[in-house]
Design a protein. Structure first.
Length: 203
């Protein structure tokens, strides 16, 4: 049962900031921790994306994710989204973490795409809120505002979200930057995806 729950599902899991020739040093926000060490956004996003990918594959889903050696999901964001569309992804997840001191999680979608993407965002938000005790909300982005380039090509056709599960620079959230807690984040996102897949009639 576990291995077939998501049979037939195809998801793109894209850790952004990384793998862009035009921004070779980009690793996203840098979070300074209480012990004096630092964590980059992309490093933490990579860990939760790996947990998410493993969770999905163990339940029968196919996952397209970053592979710089093979040239998969690398380069500018529109190119990655076109690649995911051509591969046949049912949904596209742009993996990030937030900065700016907020106390919530955000699932961002295009305001012009609410009918496709909001049900998915709501499922993931509910699972994240339950798993990590961070209130997660959906956020509608108008075309052209900061961040829309992360998903706007894919969202024209199929559900696409920018994942910002918590704020890495908000001290009460920084416990979530540990590897075990980032695994919990990825698994919660997976459960939200699975709920959406099954209860939207796609399963």
């Amino acid at each position: 049962m576990l291995e077939s729950r998501l049979a037939g599902a195809r998801f793109a899991v894209d850790v952004q900031h990384l793998y862009r020739a035009n921004h070779p040093g980009d690793r996203g926000a840098k979070y300074r921790l209480a012990d004096g060490t630092s964590v980059f956004e992309a490093s933490a996003a990579t860990l939760y994306a790996q947990a998410l990918t493993g969770w999905l594959r163990s339940r029968g889903a196919e996952v397209l994710t970053n592979d710089p050696v093979k040239g998969i999901l690398v380069g500018i964001y529109p190119r990655r989204q076109r690649e995911a569309l051509a591969w046949g992804a049912d949904a596209y997840l742009a993996c990030h973490l937030n900065a700016g001191g907020g106390a919530y999680g955000a699932l961002e979608l295009l305001a012009s795409d609410v009918s496709r993407s909001r049900p998915l965002a709501q499922r993931i938000a509910a699972e994240l809120t339950a798993a990590i005790a961070v209130p997660c909300r959906t956020v509608d982005l108008a075309l052209g505002v900061r961040g829309t380039v992360c998903i706007e090509v894919f969202a024209v056709q199929r559900p696409a979200l920018i994942l910002e599960p918590f704020f890495g620079d908000y001290p009460p959230h920084q416990k979530l930057l540990s590897a075990p807690n980032l695994s919990l984040v990825g698994e919660a996102i997976g459960r939200g995806l699975a709920d959406w897949w099954q209860f939207s009639g796609r399963a």
